[in-house]
Design a protein around this ligand. Structure first.
Ligand SMILES: [Zn+2]
Length: 365
């Protein structure tokens, strides 16, 4: 059965009341996602998207596993992109994904999509999970992520084939994954700007998104991989996508190269998107896009959504501490200004607390 809603939905450029009414109508139609309108799911992509282009030496497997553990146990993240079954020749940082899969702790209620570019990657994941089950260990994940791009130039650079060829290949991966009981998340890169072709037609991005949904993806993440889009450019893509998809079938994946990542996330959420991809400490980058900075940081997304009255379930202080820890582990400056501010305030509060304690002790002497 197609996952697509055939009903033409109104423009996502709705005011809040109209949007609440829209969700209410969907609820009455029995959609599973008629969840509270203010809840936003954070997909922390730092263990994969955040680390895959790390240039400062190989990140230890134990560090990746600890990152996953902290995100789920300390920050309360409920969806963590944990690794990628890609060729180590092309993405050396993901070469230890089988070890990450084997060693990572899991928690009930948390999902762990692993990026799988082709049938070979899926076979590896299925074999490893089969071995685990044969050895009496529960399988670690029930979800994969597949990806393509909205521009031919980026698709060729990233996957060495045309968009149509990549979609053909992915359709086979998606159907095999479904047979194996895995859910499939789709990514579309460069939905608004391409480093090779410049502006991308929103209808092109929507067309690729529709094909991913049609092949069985439960959700498609719209990627401003370059981090150059403006809110209205992202909303133009969303607008085209809501011709065939429900807003809750779409996710915002924004980078912050030009400083518009958070504005784009907020615009997408206010327009009805309820899933946001982000990375603690602003980890990440794009090897095909000169100067591209990391993913929008989880800390600023969680902070801004809280201020705007949305719930993410993510512990902001814990996320800030994890962002600082992982950047230190990588020998980098913390890429999250929100994280740095939160930690500075915590440090000040602790110093003040200690000072007050000393004052009291002194006054008792
Ligand atoms: Zn990204």
């Amino acid at each position: 059965m197609s996952l697509l809603a055939r009903t033409r939905l109104p423009s996502p450029l709705l005011n809040a009341t109209a949007h609440a009414r829209l969700l209410g109508q969907q609820g009455r139609r029995g959609l599973a996602s008629a969840a509270p309108d203010r809840r936003v799911k954070i997909v922390d992509v730092s263990p994969r998207d955040g680390l895959q282009n790390e240039r400062g030496g190989m990140v230890a497997t134990a560090t990746k596993i600890e990152l996953i553990r902290r995100l789920q146990d300390e920050a309360g993240v409920r969806c963590i992109e944990a690794g990628a079954f890609v060729s180590p020749k092309w993405v050396p940082q993901m070469g230890d994904t089988p070890d990450v899969l084997a060693g990572m702790p899991t928690r009930a209620g948390v999902t762990y999509p692993f990026l799988v570019p082709n049938a070979k990657g899926l076979e590896t994941l299925l074999r490893l999970q089969g071995d685990m089950e044969a050895a009496g260990t529960a399988k670690k994940t029930d979800e994969i992520a597949i990806f393509t791009a909205a521009s031919e130039g980026f698709c060729r650079a990233n996957t060495n084939c045309s968009i149509d060829e990549s979609l053909d290949r992915l359709a086979g991966v998606a159907s095999k994954a479904a047979e194996a009981g895995l859910r499939v998340r789709g990514y579309v890169s460069v939905v608004a700007h391409c480093p090779y072709e410049g502006r991308v037609d929103p209808r092109r991005a929507a067309d690729v998104s529709r094909k991913l949904l049609e092949m069985g993806c439960y959700e498609v993440s719209l990627g401003d991989t370059v981090g150059a889009a403006s809110p209205s450019e992202m909303l133009a893509v969303l607008n085209e996508c809501t011709r065939f998809a429900r807003p809750e079938q779409l996710a915002a994946h924004c980078h912050d190269t030009m400083g518009s990542g958070l504005s784009n996330v907020l615009a997408m959420v206010k327009a009805g998107v309820r899933t946001v991809d982000s990375a603690v400490g602003g980890l990440g980058g794009c090897p095909y896009s000169p100067g591209a900075t990391g993913n929008i940081d989880t800390e600023s997304v969680v902070y801004a959504l809280q201020r705007e009255g949305y719930e993410t379930g993510v512990d902001l202080e814990a996320a800030a501490k994890i962002g600082q820890w992982i950047n230190e582990a990588l020998g980098k400056a913390n890429g999250s200004s929100a994280g740095r501010a939160i930690l500075a305030r915590l440090a000040m509060a602790q110093t003040k607390g200690k000072g007050e304690g000393n004052d009291q002790r002194e006054s008792r002497l």
